[in-house]
Design a protein around this ligand. Structure first.
Ligand SMILES: Nc1nc2c(ncn2[C@@H]2O[C@H](COP(=O)(O)OP(=O)(O)O)[C@@H](O)[C@H]2O)c(=O)[nH]1
Ligand SMILES: [Mg+2]
Length: 311
């Protein structure tokens, strides 16, 4: 008995899967990471009220029907002064150029700032579909939203404008449907249960970095970076994680440790709690603080963060 129909013949069901990239760009604190987490339905990118929290490209993966959308959360775009800042801004624009659709997020309460003007100027030259996302609509009146949407659309012809609250999940469904529909046809690039491509070690470092950002003030968060050095699965199912918080100077180390070690303990407790939720197992977290003068000029640190070292 022979089967004459080849696997490629016409009675195969038409593939309906779609898959593509959406890059979310915007000024620092516009709510890019919050929106990615909301659309993915899980925390994949850290969020704080401080500017420049996100340093590398974080990919959060979401499925809508048969469509896979890979969201690229980018560092905020601003006028960089230091090397790390330059690296972050380059990373953001690099992420935007490789996308299928660009979503520009604007904090509706702040409106059109100088930073927004600069982003619009550069965005104009990128020939990709673009949508405007006015975020934080929970904080502003509807009239001003419409005026802002008009003002921005006068500058760039966006394909579509959405008004959302990433924090409350208000109207984010429409946005998700739009992105899903506008992905190119093709097979999924990630397994269906995958929500992030960030290796666990790096995600764990990001979680601790978020706690550092939340507990330290002024320049210190920006002078620090976190790396996972050891990850050991124990026989009883628990995990032992060792991480290093790098700072630039001795006095910064003292601040991270806090009086009697109180600050590092609080950071560790908060990070461990979240890691246990994420890994669904017991976590033994060991944090070390090391002074590495000029780590911000060390290419190795950039490699660990997953961003290019600007020469
Ligand atoms: N009220 C309000 N706050 C928001 C909203 N989206 C984000 N935020 C807050 O804005 C701050 C910056 O958010 P984040 O996602 O880190 O911004 P990013 O720098 O663009 O990634 C955080 O304190 C968020 O909780 C929103 O829709 N409404
Ligand atoms: Mg962010």
């Amino acid at each position: 008995m022979s089967d004459t129909s080849s696997p490629m013949s016409g009675d195969m069901p038409e593939t309906e899967t779609k898959c593509g990239y959406v890059a979310l760009i915007g000024a620092p604190n516009a709510g890019k990471s919050t929106l990615v987490n909301e659309l993915v339905g899980s925390k994949v990118s850290i969020v704080t009220h401080k500017v420049q929290t996100t340093r590398s490209l974080i990919r959060g993966i979401a499925l809508k029907d048969e469509k896979q959308v890979i969201f690229v959360d980018t560092p905020g775009i601003f006028a960089p002064k230091r090397r790390l800042e330059t690296a972050m801004v380059n990373t953001a624009w690099g992420g935007a150029k490789d996308a299928d659709v660009i979503g520009m997020i604007v904090d509706a309460r702040k409106g059109v700032t100088e930073q927004i003007e600069d982003i619009l100027d550069r965005l104009k030259d990128i020939k990709l579909p673009k949508v405007l996302i006015l975020n934080k609509i929970d904080l502003v009146k509807r009239d001003s939203l419409l005026a802002l949407a008009q003002q921005l659309n006068d500058r760039i012809a966006f394909d579509e404008t959405f008004m959302v609250s990433a924090l409350n999940g208000d109207r984010t469904d429409d946005l998700m449907v739009y992105f899903a529909d506008h992905m190119p046809k093709g097979p999924w690039l990630y397994p269906e249960d995958m929500i992030s491509d960030l290796p666990m070690r790096q995600l764990a470092a990001e979680i601790t970095r978020e706690k550092v950002f939340l507990r330290l003030h002024q320049e210190l968060p920006y002078a620090s970076t976190v790396e996972t050095e050891k990850w050991e699965q124990k026989k009883d199912g628990s995990v032992r994680i060792e991480q290093v918080i790098y700072v630039e100077r001795d006095n910064q180390k003292m601040i991270v440790l806090g009086k009697g070690g109180a600050t590092i303990k609080a950071i560790s407790t908060a990070a461990r709690k979240e890691l246990m939720e994420l890994l669904e197992t017991k976590v033994h977290l060991f944090l070390f603080v090391k002074v590495r003068e000029r780590w911000v000029d060390d290419p190795e640190r950039y490699r660990e963060m997953g961003i290019d070292f600007p020469i």
